[in-house]
Design a binder for this molecule. Structure first.
Ligand code: ZN
Length: 203
């Protein structure tokens, strides 16, 4: 299976959406080995001094598809989750400055937190899901899928032009504002509305 991640899919300035919307979503992959094993702490890798949390809504693909039209995209997933796209920001910045791919900064072991899944049927509207991340019991990130530049169905249409989607693939749909550094002993808890979907400790 693969993890398909979307970069920069939210803006705080809703009124300016049209102006700020880039031409295409930013897409990158993480290997399946990036998934943080259940009940394991997240270990800050020794090659970074500045690992950031990015809380994101996840979508689990349940049908094989290629060139999926956005009209039919809703048939390709039936579970919604929440996770973290951990990012070694210092390494990413170095690689970006050189025009190099940033896989090492995003795809290292443990860099993908995948929380519990909820059936899509629990949501009245997948384009109005509220979610948040608490760090040591303070809310540090808060988002709503209504603020996505590209909605879930549009993302499925877009990424399936390039990659065949397979059962079990996970789409990380991008992070809202508030990303920040984690340090040892931080506790991170992710919520969709009042539902806690993961709790992890940083080491
Ligand atoms: Zn991200």
């Amino acid at each position: 299976m693969k993890l398909i991640c979307i970069g920069r899919n939210y803006t705080e300035h809703i009124a300016e959406l049209e102006n700020e919307k880039p031409d295409d979503p930013v897409v990158f992959l993480k290997p399946d080995t990036a998934i943080l094993l259940k009940k394991q702490p997240f270990f800050i890798p020794d090659f970074s001094e500045d690992v950031h949390h990015e809380v994101e809504i996840l979508v689990k693909i349940n049908r094989v598809g290629k060139h999926i039209d956005r009209k039919f995209a809703h048939k390709y997933y039936n579970e919604i989750g929440l996770g973290i796209d951990f990012t070694a920001r210092d390494l990413q910045s170095k690689l970006k400055a050189k025009g190099l791919p940033w896989e090492k900064a995003k795809g290292f072991d443990g860099a993908a937190v995948v929380g519990k899944w909820l059936p899509k049927t629990e949501f009245e509207d997948v384009n109005a899901i509220e979610f948040s991340l608490k760090k040591n019991d303070n809310i540090v990130q808060k988002g709503n899928t209504s603020h996505m530049l590209w909605k879930i169905d549009e993302l499925i249409e877009y990424v399936s032009k390039y990659f065949t989607l397979k059962i079990g693939d996970i789409i990380f749909t991008g992070t809202p504002a508030g990303v920040g550094k984690v340090v040892a002993n931080d506790k991170l808890k992710g919520f969709i509305e009042d539902n806690q979907l993961f709790s992890i400790t940083v080491k």
